[in-house]
Ligand binder design. Structure first.
Ligand code: NAD
Length: 337
């Protein structure tokens, strides 16, 4: 059994903690929280051992009537692997704590690539994380792009990828984020950081990305154009992507016209929190014009990195190869819409 601790129990951390409890080869040591908010209550209700992320705030938990099992250093000591799901930049501050306990750590996409030994995506470079001490599970957008571009590169060769990312302004719980009524080039400078981030997984891929932010919380949408070295037919691409376990080809017959209906579909399918772990590629959008492939895909920012964290745990502990791990993760979470 791999004992896993989760430091930072927010949007990503709570989902990763739940996913760990579903794995046959993992057990959850507990989760660390900074304060006794509704998510701390959720952890208690689920029976997860709760640890104080900040020593000076222990009293706040006592006042809220929440029992703590210990402090975050106890959690790190007890864990074979720690998943750091703290806000961007905090992972970097935590690195020395993980090092001092000799506990391998997974960080999230908000951290800089140079914080870690290797950036990780199960489809793109699973084996690169074998035995690593500091691994970054790349962001939701980079995860989505790596899953899409890896099979295209392998099968047809990618001459050049150009992607416009229409990004949600914030997650549903991020009430302070925006824009509320605007459409922002974000960043205004080109390319956005997403292309270089894809290169941490697929180093030789030629890719330019442009980012925008819109007043939405549901999902990101990618407008994708890939010039291929050996151009296939659109049907070939549909077949190729249909074989990818973490890509959901949205059929025309479902009449799903956007992120709203995708989320509704996920709720109808009894997905926890309405999560969509898969890239959602609209089948009708897959088009070939000369050497160019075009398509639209939607990415559920809150959940597509969750199976990747689970696979990264097996990769760093060298307890399964890519196929074994992704198969187990897919089966236990119920991936495949
Ligand atoms: P979040 O704010 O929802 O959750 C972070 C949690 O960490 C919060 O509960 C916060 O209270 C807690 N925290 C703050 N400081 C802490 C500390 N010192 N020790 C322990 N816990 C602390 O953030 P999130 O959206 O889950 O993002 C976490 C990481 O995942 C970031 O790197 C982010 O870039 C990345 N990520 C986020 C998304 C997304 O869309 N939400 C997608 C992919 C990757």
């Amino acid at each position: 059994m791999i004992t896993v601790g989760v430091n930072g129990y927010g949007t990503i951390g709570k989902r990763v903690a739940d996913a760990v409890t579903q794995q046959p080869d993992m057990e959850l040591a507990g989760v660390a929280k900074t304060r006794p908010n509704f998510e701390a209550e959720t952890a208690v209700r689920k029976g997860y051992p709760l640890y104080a992320a900040v020593e000076e705030r222990v009293e706040l938990f006592e006042e809220a009537g929440i029992d703590l099992t210990g402090s975050v250093t106890d959690l790190v000591e007890e864990s074979d692997v720690i998943v750091d799901a703290c806000p961007s930049g905090i992972g970097a501050e935590n690195r020395s704590m993980y090092e001092s306990h000799d506990t391998p750590a997974l960080y999230q996409g908000g951290e800089d690539a140079d914080l870690v030994d290797v950036s990780f995506n199960a489809r793109g470079n699973y084996s690169a994380a074998a035995g690593a001490s500091h691994v970054r599970v790349v962001s939701c957008n980079t995860t989505g792009l790596s899953r899409l571009l890896a099979p295209l590169e392998e099968r047809y060769g990618v001459e050049k990828a150009r992607v416009t990312l229409v990004r949600r302004g914030g997650d549903p719980g991020q009430t302070s984020r925006g824009p509320i009524n605007d459409i922002l080039p974000n960043p205004i400078t080109i390319p956005s950081h997403h292309g270089p981030d894809v290169n941490t997984i697929l180093p030789d891929l030629d890719i330019d990305t442009l980012g925008m932010k819109v007043p939405a919380t549901l999902m990101h949408t990618h407008s994708v154009n890939v010039t291929l070295e050996s151009p296939p037919t659109a049907d070939d691409v549909r077949e190729l992507l249909a074989d990818e376990s973490r890509i959901f080809l949205v059929p025309e017959s479902m009449a799903i016209d956007g992120a709203g209906k995708l989320k509704e579909f996920a709720h109808d399918a009894d997905r926890p929190r309405g999560d969509i772990w898969e890239n959602c590629v609209w089948e009708e959008s897959i088009s070939i014009e000369d050497d160019d492939l075009y398509l639209f895909e939607a990415i559920h920012q809150e959940s597509d990195v969750v199976p990747e964290n689970i696979d990264a745990i097996r990769a760093v502990t060298e307890t399964a190869d890519a196929t074994e791990s992704t198969t187990t993760t897919n089966e236990t979470l119920g991936i495949g819409l």
